[in-house]
Design a protein around this ligand. Structure first.
Ligand code: G3P
Ligand code: MG
Length: 247
């Protein structure tokens, strides 16, 4: 069941800061958030960075595959200028720095394992290892990649895991069992009330991404969703669900 915060800042600070950066994590703290979701990718030399896309260009100045660069090379790159001039020069964040910041600021972490293509098991193992060194109950791993989650389980069986899906598939229960997962993370657009009831009745945590409209957040809560992540920290605050009954 869900023992974690109920509202998470997506990619660190949602739309208010460049995604997956230290500035985004600062933004979450500034807005009173107690929990964040961010994406973690393994790169050349086995470093781990906060990164969504497998290629440079959209959020980081440059071109080529992220995984072809080392951690040191990446942290010298601009991951903030795309967002707005105020964040120009904001570096790519390393996972160790991000985790240390979260721990020191009371931010619980949903670490999404985001493997570069073909690096699923390798990334899952490295992220699992890194998270096994963090305090218990400070992190929940998640991934769309079953291979990555199985590798994370090998590296750190004690770190809880969630399976991320777009649409709830027919074999969701058997897959959660196979992964030893404690929660299902579902695209909010596609979750049906019947699916929500079934997942909750089976004893799993149920999380939805990415919820940016307050009405949708209330509707999801009413069908039994435990927690959400949002890009709109300004509209759906950390305490949005406080006192709101769950189904
Ligand atoms: O973990 C929830 C959500 O972040 C999954 O989608 O593409 O934003 O990483 P994406
Ligand atoms: Mg993510």
């Amino acid at each position: 069941m869900w023992t974690y915060p109920r509202v998470l800042a997506h990619r660190g600070g949602g739309i208010l800061a460049p995604e997956n950066t230290m500035a985004a994590l600062h933004c979450a703290v500034t807005h009173g958030f107690r929990a964040v979701e961010f994406d973690v990718m393994a790169v050349r030399g086995d470093g781990l960075v906060l990164m969504h896309d497998p290629v440079l260009g959209r959020t980081v100045v440059g071109e080529g595959r992220v995984a072809d660069f080392t951690l040191d090379e990446l942290v010298a790159m601009d991951a903030g200028g795309w967002h707005s001039p105020a964040f120009s020069g904001e570096p790519v964040a390393g996972f160790a720095d991000a985790a240390a910041f979260c721990l020191s600021h009371g931010l619980w972490m949903n670490v999404e394992i985001k493997p570069a293509p073909g690096m699923d098991a390798h990334t899952g193992f490295l992220v699992g290892q890194a998270c096994s060194r963090l305090p218990a109950a400070s992190v929940l791993l998640s991934s769309f990649s079953i291979e990555a989650l199985l590798a994370a389980q090998d590296a750190a069986p004690e770190v809880p895991r969630a399976w991320l899906v777009d649409v709830v598939p027919p074999d969701w229960a058997s897959t959660l069992r196979r992964l030893g997962a404690s929660a299902l993370h579902v695209n909010a657009r596609f979750l049906t009330p019947d699916q929500a009831v079934a997942v909750k009745n089976a004893g799993y945590g149920l999380f939805c991404y990415t919820v940016n409209e307050p009405d949708q957040a209330h509707a999801l809560r009413a069908i039994g969703v435990d927690a959400i992540c949002t890009d709109r920290l300004d509209l759906i605050g950390a305490h949005f669900f406080d006192g709101v009954p769950q189904a």
